[in-house]
Design a protein around this ligand. Structure first.
Ligand code: TRP
Length: 434
């Protein structure tokens, strides 16, 4: 079902075609603007089916072979997110590994739509992973704050100033993840659009048709024209020529530098569209590496949302707030009574505290011990919550300590247009002459 541009089948068409027969049941919908796992006939929220999504999007699952190659090429054990299927699919990651192996240039690109004052733990997942990739590859990183996107899309954001203010507070949160200033450029679209970046936005905008945007994002005639145009902006960051202060002005050379985009899977539609046009623009297609969503406290049918306070642990929460939220709201895979639990054991797949430990507890062996003990009924819900609370309190505390160091000068430095310093692969394999 390719459309006229030969694109993969459109998302909204797919979910329509996929509608379950019963009137109550709805299929999962994942777009940059809507994430839901769908509901079954009884109206129960279903977890997101990531395998199905990978197939529908036409992405490639990350296999044990690929992880092995990653380790061989980078000399680093894959991140716990990769080991545990939290980072689960990709597009052309192998091309990036080929380049790294030979010591050739590429960069990292990620971003955030600033739609709330404080980020929650779910927001930090792609950033944590990106920081780790930056350390592993030692390459430049650009971080895009799409204040324009949020201004255009959000009902809550009434004025440009509001979006810019969210961007300002989010920058501090992003820096607090621990990025290396020498290798990182953070920008707000409202501030940075112009020059070479705007040229690329227009090059892209000229190629994207209304039909394509409709198909890819499910927009209709009631969406505003800013929403349509923004697709070009998010794509233009995937081209190194947008950043002459980092890569220089040698058009031919810089055009051939690709990027790797770590992102949550909901952002894939933007980049599928970008990949469709990149080569016609004489640029390289961006590569992608996708993560799943951190489930809401209520369970794996939806992702954490900054606008639903009881669904999220915020990076600004106190240890006490974290404790209260987990105890009060975190969906448990445990049994009704302690006796029943001891006898039958708990369900770690449904258990939100266990899911959070899968994201944040580094020690594989401890995680496995917890899983086994819970499933056997040796560990009770209260203890599981306790362990999760301790881990999240620790994670948020580290973040808050770094956050306190982020002065206005630090922010200004990260956001200034300046050359970056990086080394890439210290031991590239030199290609043999034929
Ligand atoms: N659209 C994203 C959001 O709303 C922000 C974003 C822009 C992004 N570029 C990106 C996210 C690249 C991941 C990777 O959050």
């Amino acid at each position: 079902m390719a459309n006229e541009a030969g694109q993969p089948p459109a998302l909204d068409n797919l979910s329509l075609a996929d509608k379950a027969p019963s009137s109550k049941a709805t299929a999962q919908v994942i777009t940059p603007f809507d994430v839901s796992g769908g509901v079954d006939e009884s109206g129960k929220l279903l977890p997101v089916d990531y395998e199905k999504l990978t197939r529908e999007f036409g992405a490639t699952p990350i296999t044990p072979d690929l992880l092995e190659r990653f380790e061989r090429v980078t000399g680093h054990r894959p991140h716990r997110f990769m080991r545990r299927g939290i980072v689960f699919s990709h597009r052309d990651l192998t091309k990036i590994l080929d380049l790294h192996e030979k010591g050739k240039e590429f960069y990292l690109y990620t971003g955030r739509g600033p739609s709330s004052d404080s980020m929650h733990v779910g927001h930090t997942v792609p950033f944590e992973f990106t920081k780790w990739l930056q350390d592993v590859f030692d390459v430049p990183l650009v971080i895009m704050l799409t204040d324009d996107e949020k201004y255009m899309h959000s009902q809550k954001i009434k004025d440009v100033e509001d979006a810019k203010n969210f961007a300002k507070s989010n920058v501090k949160d992003i820096i607090a993840v621990g990025f290396d200033m020498k290798k990182t450029f953070i920008f707000s679209d409202f501030e940075f659009v112009g020059g070479a970046f705007y040229e690329n936005i227009c090059r892209m905008a000229k190629r994207i048709t209304i039909n394509q945007v409709r198909g890819t994002f499910g927009f209709n005639d009631s969406n505003n024209i800013g929403e349509f145009h923004f697709c070009a902006t998010q794509s233009a960051t995937a081209f190194a020529t947008s950043f002459p202060h980092i890569f220089g002005t040698d058009k031919k050379k810089v055009s051939s530098i690709p990027c790797l985009i770590p992102c949550a899977i909901d952002q894939d539609p933007y980049f599928r569209q970008c990949r469709e046009h990149a080569e016609k623009m004489k640029y390289k297609k961006p590569s992608l590496i996708h993560s799943i969503f951190l489930p809401a406290l209520q369970g794996p049918g939806s992702k954490m949302s900054a606008s639903v306070d009881s669904s999220a642990i915020f990076m600004s929460d106190t240890p006490k707030q974290i404790k209260t939220k987990i105890n009060k709201f975190a969906f448990s895979g445990g049994k009704e009574t302690a006796e029943e639990h001891r006898e039958l054991g708990g369900d770690t797949k449904a258990d939100v505290p266990f899911q959070y430990l899968t994201f944040f507890l580094e020690d594989d062996e401890e995680l496995e011990r917890i899983r086994v003990a819970y499933e056997k009924g040796e560990m009770l819900t209260g203890e599981m919550k306790q362990r999760c609370i301790a881990e999240l309190q620790e994670y948020v505390k580290g973040f808050q300590e770094r956050h306190a160091q982020v002065t206005p000068e630090v922010v200004a430095k990260f956001m200034s247009q300046r050359p970056l310093e990086w080394n890439g692969n210290p031991n590239p394999v030199v290609a043999e002459k034929k």
